[in-house]
Ligand binder design. Structure first.
Ligand code: PHE
Length: 342
């Protein structure tokens, strides 16, 4: 009978090696230790065929075998469970030092970035900022700026009239009048605003943005203007850029100038951006016309002023090499994502 015990032992030892999961262990174990159909349990049923004097040792043999088998299966089960747990740990492992999934965050519109950069430069020089009005009356937009009705300079800007008296602001220069009416010199202000003109092509849009600058104090000259604008172009277009002033005409400044910036693309040698000239036109400016000071109750013999108007779309297009203004208004995320200076 002990041969039968050895056979069962061998069968268990042979089978155990190939078991890889606790479920397989459970199934295999059942074949031997199931209380009804298990091979070891069934041995007990053979007791009746055993000679009475051998029954005690047979019973002990079966019990020993049962204990031995139980121990094997328990050991194996523990080992496999530990392995399974280790595998699960491995699979569910989280590396807390890894960077998280990137969150998309928006950025400021290029025009807003340009506006903020310009404000940053001029507030460093002591300028205060006031928002401009979008609807103006004829007096502030034109007449007080030395551009009375029928003045030919009115044709310089194609105006959207809302009524004979009210219009959409065509320039931020109206802010000069509002400021000088409200404050006495010294004045140093910057006015960003939306302006509107009936004009629409690759470089013009019916709505665009300007930034007006106005300084009124004793002995303000074109030198002050050039000095401030040089600082401005260096901050926006890079060290080494400079400005040049060309004679121009605006009714509210005398003398008036068109300001060019030295080409920051080619350094002045001549390229496509500056059309071979080494210079790019960037803004209009001048010394505040005596008549404008007078219109606001400021004595032009005591005070003088300088004014400039920067087109934000133009300044932005030049800086990033954008050749169609529509790109700035289409909200195409692929374009906007590329311009992030913050
Ligand atoms: N208002 C002028 C324009 O829109 C620009 C300008 C501003 C010129 C201030 C001189 C002084 O063209």
């Amino acid at each position: 009978m002990s041969e039968r015990f050895d056979e069962i032992k061998q069968e268990i030892l042979d089978g155990i090696g190939g078991l890889a999961s606790s479920k397989a262990v459970y199934e295999f174990k059942k074949q031997f230790l199931d209380s009804k159909a298990g091979k070891i349990g069934l041995l007990m049923k053979e007791m009746k065929n055993i000679a009475p004097e051998e029954r005690a040792s047979f019973g002990k043999g079966v019990n020993d075998l049962k204990e031995w088998a139980q121990q094997r299966f328990t050991d194996l089960d523990e080992m496999i469970k530990a392995k399974e747990l280790e595998h699960r740990y491995e699979q569910e492992r989280i590396d807390v030092t890894e960077p998280g999934a990137e969150m998309k965050s928006g950025n400021l519109h290029p025009i807003t970035q340009m506006r903020n950069e310009i404000i940053d430069v001029f507030s460093g020089m002591g300028f205060e900022v006031f928002e401009n009005k979008e609807i103006e009356n004829d007096y502030y937009n034109f007449t007080a700026l030395n551009t009375p009705k029928d003045h030919p300079a009115r044709d310089m800007q194609d105006t959207f009239y809302l009524s004979p008296e009210f219009l959409l602001a065509t320039q931020t220069s109206a802010a000069q009048i509002h400021t000088m009416e409200a404050k006495k010199p010294p004045i140093k202000i910057l006015c960003p605003g939306k302006v509107f003109r009936s004009d629409d092509d690759a470089t013009h849009s019916p709505m665009f943005h300007q930034m007006e600058g106005l300084v009124v104090d004793k002995k303000i000259t074109l030198c002050d203007l050039k000095g401030m604008l040089d600082v401005f172009v260096q901050k926006i277009y890079g060290e080494g850029t400079t400005t040049r002033l060309r004679p121009s005409y605006f009714p509210f400044t005398e003398p008036s100038v068109e300001v060019d910036v030295s080409c920051f693309e080619c350094g002045g040698k001549g390229c496509k951006l500056c059309k071979g000239t080494g210079w790019i036109e960037i803004l209009g400016a001048g010394i505040v016309n005596r008549k404008v000071l007078q219109n606001c109750g400021i004595d032009p013999d005591e005070y003088s002023g300088l004014a400039f108007g920067i087109g934000l779309e133009r300044a932005t297009m030049l800086k990033y090499g954008i050749n169609n203004i529509k790109l700035l208004f289409e909200s195409d995320i692929k374009v906007l994502e590329q311009i992030d200076n913050n």
